[in-house]
Design a protein around this ligand. Sequence first.
Ligand code: ADP
Ligand code: ADP
Length: 227
Amino acid sequence: KPIVQLKGVSYFYANSKTKALDNVDLDLYPGEKIAILGANGAGKSTLFRHLNGILKPASGEVLVKGEQISKKNIRTVRQTVGIVFQNPDDQILAPTIEQDVAFGPINMGLDEEEVERRVKKALELVNLSGFEERSPHHLSGGQKKLVAIAGVLAMQPEVVVLDEPTAGLDPQSAENIMKIIDGMNRKFGITVILSTHDVDIVPLFADVVYVMHHGRIEARGTAKEIF
Ligand code: ADP
Ligand code: ADP
């Protein structure tokens, strides 16, 4: 059974005449690793913003664990599906790394001890143990990405969505991020969906590849089938 399902989803931004998403069908199965390819403007970010209810489809539906996203379940949905945005500065807000990673768990109403446990574990997973008291704002781009990933992992999501996780990173930082992403899938069975321009990482990473163009899914297959 899919954990997230888009059925015939279309979306257009108020100030735009063209559809940002045009009748998109997508199934995410538990434990799957999915890559979305497509040029700038193809609709990848818009698609991702539908996966946890940041955007509401103009038509079609988004189901998380079989339930359509609604006001009633939006908090649960946001815990189930975590998003790492392309620009970490959009989601890193607190003065210290520890406080930043703690934000989600505190917001979930967890007690102090559990929050601490989760922050510690999340920072271990991204190899940032010892950085607790540092400011997240003076880190390298790659390290900021790791803080954003830790913040999402601290919520213990079932699905992690990453918008261009390796964009703008040097090859070594990109490889490190991909190792961590692969690890969250392997160790915790987290379903991972990411967008990328980096075709080199796709065959190594993805079980399923989607190609988007002008808001549509143009192709779907294994990496072997797509390339
Ligand atoms: P991608 O992530 O593949 O680069 P996006 O989802 O960001 O694509 O964009 C899809 C389309 O929607 C593009 O035509 C883009 O210009 C448009 N778009 C994206 N965000 C907005 C916005 N906030 N307002 C108006 N149009 C937007
Ligand atoms: P309404 O206009 O019916 O009050 P809104 O669009 O203002 O609904 O959203 C209300 C709340 O539901 C917001 O917190 C919003 O984040 C959340 N929400 C997000 N996505 C969806 C969705 N797909 N369906 C329903 N509610 C959603």
